[in-house]
Write a protein that binds this ligand. Structure first.
Ligand code: P1T
Length: 380
């Protein structure tokens, strides 16, 4: 099946054996009747499994070209489950340019539980080799990165991971399975904040993990059930509905982001634009190699790098809503320094390029003429 067909039908055969409902029903139940103790119809207790969640898990696994999908209560709950594969003393090499909440989970919780993190600029995939030790177990990559839209080389990272017997986990939230499928490049684990493009309508918080290896899937399923950070049936239903229009939405997100990036690039008040579709983006060729298109996320800095000017710009926007999050049909704008990346210490933030005037746009699927007009007026 091709991707557009899979988005609608992938893993969705016979979702309602009872009545043949075309859409997976929302099984809003905590438990399932057993015919005799231990004998049931496939589901027993809804933390362990729920048919609506299972329908979503099969669908996202199919889209990522993986074998096993797992759905969690949030993107961070999904990352949390992946980290629980590790033991005290293990080491992780993570990209230094990543979602602030992932950094907070690593540094604020798992560091104290005995896991050591090295935050490295992974744009050169060999840069972390000096940090490898016999204790290194996991490479954490995010591409495109949040918020600087840098691109990491999935093929190169997975080759290094295989050579050193490490797990490579990729946060695929910004790209989605429509634009990029990390498992196909050799990654072991792909993770999503399904809150974003997969759900697509800013109406749920959810996460997912997809793997192909059976033993790894078994461990993750054990963690999902034992820790209990599962996605509920209503959110699973909404995310599953979101997947069906993912290709259409992503096409428009990319088209509008191109218009926005090109507009910003020629604007006299703008210093620098970060969007991998621009030929002057440092990893434009790499993005062209590993992504189908360049995504709906655009970041930029203004001339003079003024914190106050950045806030004023954000307050003046009318169609772009000033809010955290991304990936919904509506355009959002954010200020990483005060919002999504505030939990990263200033010195670390600035080292990676998250400066005071950095603005992050999640370009929605509205008419692009209105979006450009809104940006133009707000830039003054
Ligand atoms: O919010 P949650 O569903 O728990 O997902 C966390 C997460 C993980 N990975 C990436 C790349 C993310 O962007 C996020 C969440 N990000 C935002 C809320 C944001 O505005 O960037």
């Amino acid at each position: 099946m091709k991707f557009n067909t899979k988005a609608i039908h992938g893993g969705q055969q016979n979702v309602d054996p009872g009545y043949g409902a075309v859409m997976s029903p929302i099984y809003q139940t905590s438990t399932f009747e057993q015919i005799s103790p231990g004998q049931h119809k496939g589901f027993e207790y809804a933390r362990s499994g729920n048919p609506t969640r299972s329908a979503y898990e099969k669908a996202i696994a199919s889209l990522e070209n993986g074998k096993h999908g797992l759905a969690f209560a949030s993107g961070l709950a999904a990352i949390d489950a992946i980290l629980k594969l590790l033991k005290p003393g293990d080491e992780v090499i993570s990209t230094n340019d990543l979602y602030g909440g992932s950094y907070r989970l690593f540094n604020g919780i798992y560091k104290d539980l005995g896991i050591k993190f090295h935050f490295v600029n992974m744009q050169d995939p060999t840069a972390f080799l000096p940090y490898l030790t016999e204790h290194t177990k996991l490479i954490w990559a995010e591409t495109p990165t949040n918020p600087l839209i840098n691109i990491l080389d999935l093929e190169a990272l997975s080759k290094i991971a295989k050579t050193h017997n490490l797990l490579l986990a990729v946060d695929n939230t910004f790209a989605t399975a429509y634009l990029q499928r990390p498992l196909e490049w050799g990654a072991d684990i792909v993770m999503h904040s399904a809150t974003k493009y997969l759900g697509g309508h800013s109406d749920l918080i959810m996460g997912s993990v997809v793997v192909s290896d059976d033993a790894l899937a078994k461990k993750l399923y054990f963690i999902q059930n034992a820790s209990g950070g599962i996605a509920g049936p209503m959110d699973s239903f909404l995310a599953l509905r979101g997947l069906k229009t993912l290709p259409l939405r992503m096409q428009r997100h990319c088209e509008n982001a191109k218009a926005v990036a090109e507009f910003l690039q020629q604007h006299p008040k703008v210093e620098r634009v970060f969007w991998p579709g621009l030929s002057n983006h440092p990893q434009h060729d790499l993005a062209t190699k590993q992504m189908l298109d360049y995504g709906g996320m655009v970041a930029f800095t203004t001339k003079g790098n003024s914190y106050t000017e950045a806030l004023k710009f954000l307050e003046r926007l009318k169609i772009f809503t000033l809010a955290e999050s991304l990936g919904g049909v509506e355009s959002l704008a954010g200020h990483p320094v005060t919002m999504t990346h505030a939990s990263i210490p200033k010195a670390d933030r600035e080292k990676t390029g998250i400066v005071d005037s950095l603005i992050r746009l999640s370009v929605g699927i509205e008419d692009k003429t209105d979006l450009l007009l809104d940006l133009d007026k707000a830039l003054g």
